[in-house]
Design a protein around this ligand. Structure first.
Ligand SMILES: NC(=O)c1ccc[n+]([C@@H]2O[C@H](COP(=O)([O-])OP(=O)(O)OC[C@H]3O[C@@H](n4cnc5c(N)ncnc54)[C@H](O)[C@@H]3O)[C@@H](O)[C@H]2O)c1
Length: 354
């Protein structure tokens, strides 16, 4: 077991700073390098223990050959950095959701990683929230009886939110495999966003064993009136034969079982979620356990999201796993009608228009 694992973080925006700070604060890691295209974003390196700072990520990574290569770049910057991490010999590659912007790219990433032996982790760190974990504990504890439905909604748009929602639905579904999806999409407004998405995506996921998933993401998804903060208007839960349990990203958890009604507090909090997320990377590298946010699991969630986009663009059900890759968002740009999205509540006007 190494005393500490050497880390380089590329992309020092909001999430890169979260990651670099959490690595720097953990004794099992030593932050040796940071990079961003924008030199202004490297000026606070001193606060992070003065790692080597560079605007040239490939040169920095090839020079430092870190054990852990982490990148927190916009969704369009993935495959080249995975290749860089693999070629530099990183033992673990940690990167931000979404896994990719198409199934074709995700499959290339999967093939690069599986041929390399590098472990990989994708940042679905909401899993560490006490309210998310409490909901999982109730579902896994059996008091809901047989789980027949998992559901998730978010007001934020697909490429921001669906990656999270599907990951937590799969967790609450016990990790069973998805068999097919059927989805609809509407609204071209966010097709030009960096997190390229239809304004509203809604659909069904059929999981093995007859377990049904429902997903709604964006302008038409129902309000979560219990939560004020717009980005945290997310509801994820499970229905069983004997009750239900759900988490609200910004509003705690609640359940109804044969034993009665229970609820508790909790709100997504980077300061609380990042330390255990980072510690689990050390534990995985040490051989103690597999990281709960492992790439293999994230890939399956991403595949569900892209299958839903295919279904929305082409119509009909899409079988999983996908047999071959394509650029689903390019296809959606081609096929999605001009019709404006209709909103579910006035709070969505600011992001999606009237
Ligand atoms: N897990 C979460 O809860 C969560 C929350 C917010 C954002 N995200 C995801 O994190 C990713 C980054 O989001 P953000 O909000 O930090 O974005 P950001 O725009 O604040 O930061 C991205 C940074 O990457 C830099 N960059 C881009 N290409 C680069 C390259 N080739 N080399 C070096 N630097 C490069 C940019 O200059 C920028 O500073 C996105 O994929 C987003 O979806 C995840």
């Amino acid at each position: 077991m190494a005393d500490s694992y050497r880390v380089v973080v590329v992309g020092m925006g909001k999430r890169g700073v979260h990651h670099a700070s959490a690595f720097h604060a953990n004794k099992r890691f030593s932050l040796v390098g940071i990079s961003d295209l924008d030199p202004a974003r490297l000026k606070d390196a001193q606060k992070l223990g003065s790692p080597e700072a560079s605007t040239d990520a490939p040169a920095l990574v090839r020079k430092l050959k870190p054990d852990v290569f982490c990148f927190c770049t916009p969704p369009t910057v993935r495959l080249d950095l995975i290749r860089l991490g693999v070629e530099s010999g990183a033992r673990l590659i940690a990167f931000e959701k979404p896994v990719a912007t198409s199934s074709a790219e995700a499959m290339k990433i999967r093939d690069l990683l599986s041929g390399s032996g590098a472990k990989a982790v994708v940042s679905h760190q909401h899993r560490y929230g006490a309210h998310y974990r409490k909901t999982a504990e109730i579902i896994q504890g059996g008091t809901l009886g047989r789980i027949h439905t998992v559901y998730a909604t978010a007001s934020g748009w697909m490429l921001h939110m669906a990656s999270h929602l599907i990951d937590y639905m799969r967790w609450y579904a016990g990790g069973v495999e998805a068999e097919w999806v059927l989805a609809q999409a509407v609204g071209r407004g966010k097709l030009t966003d960096l997190h390229t998405s239809p304004d509203y995506l809604a659909g069904f996921i059929q999981f093995a064993g007859g377990l049904r998933g429902t997903l709604e993401c964006g302008a038409g998804a129902p309000d979560v009136p219990e939560v004020d903060y717009w980005w945290r208007k997310c509801r994820i839960g499970a229905l069983g034969t004997d009750g239900f349990a759900e988490v609200l990203t910004g509003g705690g958890w609640r359940s109804v079982t044969k034993a009665g009604i229970s609820s508790g507090t909790g709100s997504m909090n980077y300061d609380l979620d990042m330390p255990p997320y980072i510690q689990d990377m050390a534990d995985w590298l040490d051989g103690k356990k597999v990281h709960p946010c492992n790439f293999e699991s994230a890939y399956k969630g991403h595949e569900i999201m892209m299958a839903m986009v295919r279904s929305a663009a082409l119509g009909g059900q899409v079988a999983l796993p996908l047999a071959s890759g394509m650029d689903e968002l390019a296809l959606l740009k081609e096929k999605l009608p001009e019709a404006k999205v209709l909103l579910s509540f006035s709070g969505n006007q600011k992001e999606y228009g009237a």
